[in-house]
Design a protein around this ligand. Sequence first.
Ligand SMILES: CC(C)(COP(=O)(O)OP(=O)(O)OC[C@H]1O[C@@H](n2cnc3c(N)ncnc32)[C@H](O)[C@@H]1OP(=O)(O)O)[C@@H](O)C(=O)NCCC(=O)NCCS
Length: 182
Amino acid sequence: MTFTLTPSAQTHSDDCSVEDLLDLSFGLGRRTKTSYRLREGSRPVEGLSQVIRDSELGLAGAISYWPLVIGKTFAPAILLGPLAVHPARQNLGIGRALMNFTLERAKANGHKLVLLVGDAPYYERVGFQKLPAGLLQLPGPVDPARFLFLELVPGALKGVSGMVLPPQRQAELSAAFAKPHG
Ligand SMILES: CC(C)(COP(=O)(O)OP(=O)(O)OC[C@H]1O[C@@H](n2cnc3c(N)ncnc32)[C@H](O)[C@@H]1OP(=O)(O)O)[C@@H](O)C(=O)NCCC(=O)NCCS
């Protein structure tokens, strides 16, 4: 076996390999996706950027999460993704291992609500569900069938609604609205 299912922390020296893996998995057009608008101006959530190393390929898989703020109540959440597994190592449990490890850690670190845009049949296996239609809006087009949530704490979605944004964008908008007009 050229890898084990034990994730390790992504380091700066992994950054280029992770980008290469994401290009391989999602194609070069990946940055035009709405999920990328949700990462603008943010750093990944501390402790949740994890990789599976592979003695042959370098990296077999990678996952990261990004901070979000929702609606007028500024409800916090985290965005899962990108999650990518090298084409030569798919269907061997790497994606699930990366999710299980990081979702458990996210919960232990006090995060309550996770959002993602992705294939429901895959993510439903770890408990994600489709969001109720119209409850949350994203800063770009999204197929509602792919807009998913997971409550790490039961009831975390209750009372949450509105636009989902990266914290910096939300702060810029709040500042713009707070300015006196004229
Ligand atoms: C999607 C991805 C992360 C899954 O990782 P993985 O390590 O290959 O998956 P796992 O080994 O954890 O799980 C494999 C199981 O999930 C299923 N599965 C894999 N991708 C799936 C998808 N997109 N939709 C539904 N089921 C999927 C497999 O059929 C397999 O099912 P089985 O257990 O019944 O045999 C990986 O295939 C990948 O990086 N793909 C390229 C990017 C992509 O297509 N992303 C789409 C999801 S947003």
